[in-house]
Design a protein around this ligand. Structure first.
Ligand SMILES: *Cc1c(COP(=O)(O)O)cnc(C)c1O
Length: 433
């Protein structure tokens, strides 16, 4: 049994002063019928809780910690920056260096605007797309997450081509009416929306690899079909690369799949563990941003020097290593192969989706999971049981079936072998009554 006495006590205390006891919902472990573990510190591939338990971390702060925790170069960059003051509200050369580094790694980008989160990036990108096209509606895919901006918290009504319904109280029907939803990997569902709303659709926004319904991989033609269809209809293609940016390749999913979006949103890795986001893309669109253009968007702390220092150093470390993504992928493949072999030997139905170093282990007997409807029928009860057994064995995995598992540059093959052994034991406990 896991000793989580201190975490249980601290969660009770937090609930008296923090809404729901956590500052972001998934952390509460509600999806796995448990209570959250409170972190004391993290180092490299390891994370330590306040009860003295040590875990191998496969959540990586939901993506950002691609180099592992407290990387010495990143820590030093933040320390050095802090000594110069933590915020000025005026331009710094660091911000230009950051934008130049993004452009170097993502050649389709002409201009960048830094913000403070992925949520801000997608909200701003949609505003800009609407202004550029002078159209109000946009298309998103069921099961894709683009942060918590009102217009993204929309579920499909019955049937994919009906009007959206608010997914959360507080989002108005008026907002929902401008968000159209289509089915991931189903270009037909997108075509139908263009027929139904001619000249009204500003953009299609998509996670080029879906990561927020668990990993769902785009079928070979899907992203390119979106590129062709959006261009044909004079609307914009927005890649939400908040997870995939600097995760799949130096140039993100755009490079990995060879499809160029008009706009791209970034977050997570780009901040090296500090709160950062960015939206970027073609000059003719980005030049509409204020004060050169009329599209208002601002931020007191945008381009914050600590955040720029952490992000820039992270990107530089990645950029300096030509085998960076090859090594990450080898590790991810090793892990997933081990897990798949275990599932077969133990006799548990699973589907493993993986691209590069992002993967999900679905408790699902569908051979192929290609959209939200496929993913959602996964056995979340099994996942909860599996999760708790993994945690007990010191494996820090996502407290929800519908999230990614990541490996970082800090994981060793010994770590992965430990995880594979733990996975087998966890799968075996699923067979016990
Ligand atoms: C995490 C995420 C966001 C939101 O980013 P925050 O920094 O949490 O606001 C947006 N889009 C995608 C694809 C994400 O995974």
């Amino acid at each position: 049994m896991l000793n989580n006495k201190n975490s249980v006590r601290e969660f009770a205390r937090a609930k008296n002063s923090i809404a729901a006891g956590v500052n972001s919902p998934v952390r509460a472990f509600k999806n796995v019928n448990s209570t959250p573990l409170f972190v004391k510190n993290a180092d490299g591939q390891y994370i330590f809780d306040i009860d003295g338990n040590k875990y191998i971390d496969f959540v990586c702060s939901w993506g950002p910690m691609i180099l592992g925790h407290a990387h010495p170069r990143v820590t030093k960059a933040v320390e050095d920056a802090a000594k110069f003051g933590t915020s000025y509200g005026a331009p710094t050369v660091l911000e230009t260096q950051m934008a130049e580094q993004i452009k170097k790694m993502m050649p389709h980008v002409d201009l960048v605007r830094m913000v403070n989160s992925g949520t801000e990036a997608t909200m701003s990108a949609i505003r800009l797309a609407r202004a550029y096209t002078k159209r109000d509606k946009f298309i998103k895919f069921v099961g894709c997450y683009h942060g918590h901006g009102d217009s993204f918290l929309i579920k499909a009504g019955s049937g994919a081509i009906t009007l959206g319904l608010p997914d959360s109280p507080g989002v108005t029907q008026g907002t929902a009416n401008d968000t159209l939803t289509a089915v991931y990997n189903d270009i037909n569902s997108v075509e139908k929306l263009y027929e139904q709303y001619p000249n009204q659709i500003a953009a299609v926004i998509v996670e080029p690899v879906a990561g927020n319904m668990g990993v769902v991989v785009p079928e070979p033609k899907f992203l390119n079909d979106l590129r062709v269809l959006t261009s044909k209809n004079n609307s914009l293609l927005i890649f939400d690369e908040v997870i995939t940016g600097f995760r799949l390749a130096k140039g993100g999913a755009a490079e990995y799949f060879g499809v160029t979006p008009d706009l791209c949103t970034l977050g997570k890795i780009i901040g090296g563990g500090l709160p950062v986001g960015a939206y970027c893309g073609k000059r003719e669109i980005m030049q509409l941003v204020a004060p050169d253009g009329p599209v208002y968007q601002a931020g007191t702390l945008s381009g914050n020097p600590l955040a720029m220092a952490a992000g820039l150093e992270t990107l530089r470390i990645i950029d300096q290593d030509n085998d960076f993504y090859k090594k990450l992928e080898e590790k991810a493949k090793y892990l997933v192969d081990g897990f798949s072999k275990n599932a077969e030997e133990v006799g548990v139905d699973v589907t493993v989706n993986r691209v590069g170093s992002m993967m999900t282990f679905f408790f699902n007997n569908h051979k192929v999971i290609k959209n939200y409807d496929d993913a959602i029928i996964s056995d979340v009860k099994k996942y909860s049981k599996y999760f708790l057994k993994m945690i007990e064995q010191g494996m820090w995995i996502a407290p929800s079936q519908f999230e990614c598992m990541f490996v970082s540059a800090a994981h060793t093959f010994d770590d992965l072998q430990s995880a594979i052994s733990a996975n087998k034991i966890a799968l075996q406990t699923l067979l016990e009554k």
